[in-house]
Design a binder for this molecule. Sequence first.
Ligand SMILES: NC(=O)c1ccc[n+]([C@@H]2O[C@H](COP(=O)([O-])OP(=O)(O)OC[C@H]3O[C@@H](n4cnc5c(N)ncnc54)[C@H](OP(=O)(O)O)[C@@H]3O)[C@@H](O)[C@H]2O)c1
Length: 260
Amino acid sequence: MTQTAIAVNGAANAAPRKILVLGATSGIAEATCRIWASRGDSLFLVARNPEKLAAVAADLRARGASFVETAVADLDDTDAHPALLAHAVNSLAGLDVAYLAHGVLGDQTRAEQDFNTAAHILYTNLMAPVSLLTWLANFFVQRHAGTIAVLSSVAGDRGRKSNYVYGSSKAGLSAFLAGLRNRVDREGVTVLTIKPGPTKTAMTSGMKGSEKFADVNAVAKSIVAAIDKRVDNLYVPFQWQPIMFVIRHIPERVFKKLNL
Ligand SMILES: NC(=O)c1ccc[n+]([C@@H]2O[C@H](COP(=O)([O-])OP(=O)(O)OC[C@H]3O[C@@H](n4cnc5c(N)ncnc54)[C@H](OP(=O)(O)O)[C@@H]3O)[C@@H](O)[C@H]2O)c1
């Protein structure tokens, strides 16, 4: 499918599926999983905070998920990824969808002064996903089936002074996903790049104007529908597609004077 952006309302009803969620305690991931649980899908949840993970798993079981298993992991530990992913596939007895949701906003002001802060943001948001995606893509290619859905961000579409370290991690991630899609689409594997605009979750709760950000349940509904429809790219809410088109095309001589 070559569709580049859609406004999706309502998920198509699909057969129960086996879904791996990396960063399952993320606000967006949790809201997405609630929809999957209510339609009886099987879920393998990975997160680094055991208490939060146990609470999310219990909630999803109560909502009707046909199977919920968990693993506690800091996803910065890339050496542990192959064993973690193999364990998830064994537990689910297969895999239809891999959903990558973990990420950090980081401290932009500190990252401007301190390379280690910047490197940490880039590692968590780009290097760790590259490690996960390499394993997952090769797994799905061998089976000529599967969907990889990844939370990138509109912030990756153009670097801005207020968040260019986070933005560059997402730009790298979006470019990696575009190339990966170009490689694996012909093998029957779908790669969905999800670019949310500002959404109400723990990540954005301290931001100015956050009460006006997108509702996480509406964002999750669009994500579920895009995965069902095997879309390539999703801006969510959909108005971020034209907004980012305009932002990407502002001439540099103008853009560099703006306070964005
Ligand atoms: N909210 C937005 O406006 C927005 C917009 C565009 C893109 N996104 C992207 O959407 C994704 C989900 O974000 P969110 O809004 O749902 O924020 P969130 O609720 O803060 O979720 C981020 C999640 O990432 C987890 N995480 C961070 N580093 C990790 C690590 N090393 N290992 C394992 N888990 C780790 C966090 O775990 P802990 O809870 O243990 O810290 C948390 O569960 C992120 O990739 C974010 O960049 C969000």
